[in-house]
Design a protein around this ligand. Structure first.
Ligand code: ATP
Length: 564
């Protein structure tokens, strides 16, 4: 992010490093009034598109979860980054980032520890902090989860969630009830996630506490298909794994073509389409945007297809969102590790008959005849039906209980070779779009930052879409005297009541006030002047064109509604 924009972000209250009074804490940022409003608006827009319009559910799970959850999910064992510690100054660095920063290698995350060590040695890389050689220093694994203790003592370790997704997966047995046991259904969550990043950097792009907006869509892989027809004409820039491995480049094609060519898994394709349209609506510059497919060497073992939404800021590509087809991995893991079933009952269209030998002994006969042994005899008959169904072809069968043989008439066993089934339990597959909100805000600011010159002065502005701008209208009196201040205040109040986010400002020259609003991306400014007292009109000035128009106060609400 350019220097002037970073400065603007702090000065105008978008975000700044937190706990500055104590020297700041690396990797933690506070959103100021403008940033918090922008974030809220972006999250609201996300909810509207990915939850409300898609008919999904939203939950709000705790940010701390016990160790068994992360044992099952695999985070405890494998949620690691590569760390290298300088032997001289003892500062630690992310080894793959060091390699990416100092060599032409672009994606070192996919390299093995050994390959990273070799690359560091071959390129004679040194400590970015003190310059000591790192040539023979070992690279090791560093788990990114923040650990804590639940309750006093250390007997119940817990972790701050490194992603919001697990809060959804662990509740699947409950959530499927709310979905009336019908697939497909989607559950979303917007909330904080925590990763003890080795080297936080680029302000809010890589932080230790951030906000995710994740959607987990549970589908029946054999029955459910996405509504591709709704989005098939959406054009998206695709940078496929094959293109990355060869000399290929980004190709713009419609989602319909991408699915037909089997370039993208169809559920993922659906989300790539709706996300592309959504990104544009919140102000991402689609000329600096691409979907990049994970190459086989970086694909998680459980994912069959993953694409990242990436944006370019100052010439660097940043991952904004991961779209992953996770298969049945997550639910199977929790099913194996917990006491609950993470499956759903798939009803057949019609009952089917399957080979499944069974008995249903007549206890009214066995009971009186064999007394307390009758139950055990029935169990043995059931075992025999499974192990040797042909034995029931004879007139009678013999089973042994407590060393004693019992011969039973086959008729009494009600033996049957087949069973009628109405359905079966299946483990749903998961399709996951995982959005990082902070990186999105960073990109929205970077892609909408403008500098131009007005009357010999530099003007900085943010051309934010009005739907997400922290403030929609700035209301100014030309001067406070002659009743203009009171008129303007009253107008500001009325606009607030009408649902607009309004700032009232009467300090300094009008030009300065415009500049202040331009810098926070306010799309409209309304000025009350002497003419307003006479004819009840105001001047409305638009941010990007700076065009001014006289509008009757009575029409103002509609005028602004039409344009925001
Ligand atoms: P990276 O490779 O950049 O570390 P990731 O692949 O580990 O990211 P995911 O686990 O897919 O990220 O998380 C989903 C989204 O959460 C990312 O696309 C990103 O927007 C966001 N995210 C992940 N880690 C961070 C972080 N440390 N700071 C800010 N946002 C993050």
């Amino acid at each position: 992010m350019s220097e002037p924009l970073t400065e603007l972000a702090k000065r105008r209250g978008f975000y700044f490093q937190s706990s500055g009074a104590y020297g700041g804490t690396a990797g933690f940022y506070t959103y100021g009034p403008q940033g918090a409003a922008l974030k809220r608006n972006v999250i609201d827009a996300w909810r509207e598109r990915f939850i409300t319009q898609e008919g999904h559910m939203e939950i709000d799970a705790p940010t701390v979860m016990g160790e068994p959850v992360f044992e099952a999910s695999g985070h405890l064992d494998t949620f690691d980054d590569m760390i290298i510690e300088c032997p001289a100054c003892e500062r630690s660095f992310r080894a793959d980032h060091l390699v990416e920063d100092e060599t032409p290698i672009e994606d070192a995350e996919a390299m093995s520890f050994e390959a990273i060590e070799e690359t560091i040695a071959e390129n004679e890389l040194s400590c970015p902090s003190c310059g000591e050689s790192l040539a023979d220093v070992a690279v090791s694994a560093f788990n990114l989860m923040f650990e804590t203790n639940i309750g006093p003592g250390s007997s119940a370790p817990g972790y701050l969630r490194p992603e919001t997704a697990q809060g959804i997966f662990v509740e699947f047995p409950q959530l499927k009830e709310y979905a009336r046991n019908q697939l497909p259904f989607g559950v979303a969550q917007v909330g904080r996630a925590y990763r003890n990043e080795i080297s936080p950097r680029r302000s809010i792009v890589r932080v230790r506490e951030f906000t995710q907006a994740e959607l987990e869509l549970f589908i029946d892989p054999e029955r459910d298909t996405p509504p591709i027809d709704r989005v098939q004409n959406v054009t998206v820039p695709l940078y496929s794994a094959t293109a990355q491995e060869g000399d290929g480049d980004v190709v713009r094609m419609t989602i319909g073509e991408a699915v037909e060519d089997e370039l993208v898994e169809e559920w993922i394709a659906y989300y790539l389409a709706i996300a592309a349209e959504w990104y544009e609506s919140v102000g991402i510059d689609m000329e600096r945007f691409r979907y990049r497919q994970h190459r086989p060497d970086e694909l998680s073992h459980y994912a069959s297809d993953t694409w990242d939404a990436e944006v370019s800021v100052d010439g660097n590509w940043i991952e904004l969102t991961g779209f992953a087809y996770r298969g049945s991995y997550d639910l199977t893991k929790h099913d194996d590790h917990s006491n609950e079933e993470f499956t759903i009952f798939r009803q057949y269209d019609e009952p089917v008959t399957v080979e499944e030998p069974s008995v249903d002994p007549e206890m009214s006969v066995l009971g009186p005849e064999y007394g307390s042994e009758a139950g055990k005899i029935a169990d043995e008959l059931a075992s025999l039906a499974e192990s040797d169904p042909d034995a029931f072809d004879a007139e009678s069968v013999t089973v042994t209980v407590g060393g004693e043989s019992y011969t039973i008439d086959t008729d009494v066993t009600n033996f049957s070779r087949t069973a009628t089934k109405n359905g079966e339990h299946i483990t749903p597959h998961v399709v996951e779009p995982s959005f990082g909100v902070d990186r999105l805000l960073y990109t929205i600011l970077a892609h909408n930052y403008r500098e131009d010159e007005v009357e010999g002065e530099r003007r900085r502005s943010l051309s934010l879409p009005s739907s997400i701008a922290p403030t929609t209208v700035g209301v100014f009196p030309l001067m406070t005297k002659d009743g203009l201040g009171d008129r303007a205040r009253e107008l500001a109040r009325k606009l607030r009541v009408a649902g607009f986010t309004v700032t009232y400002d009467d300090s300094g020259q009008i030009g300065r006030r415009y500049r202040r609003q331009d810098e926070i991306g306010t799309p409209f400014c309304v000025t009350v002047d002497h003419e307003s007292l006479e004819d009840d009109t105001v001047t409305v000035r638009e941010r990007d064109t700076m065009a001014q128009e006289r509008v009757p106060v009575d029409d103002l609400k509609d005028y602004l509604t039409d344009r925001t």
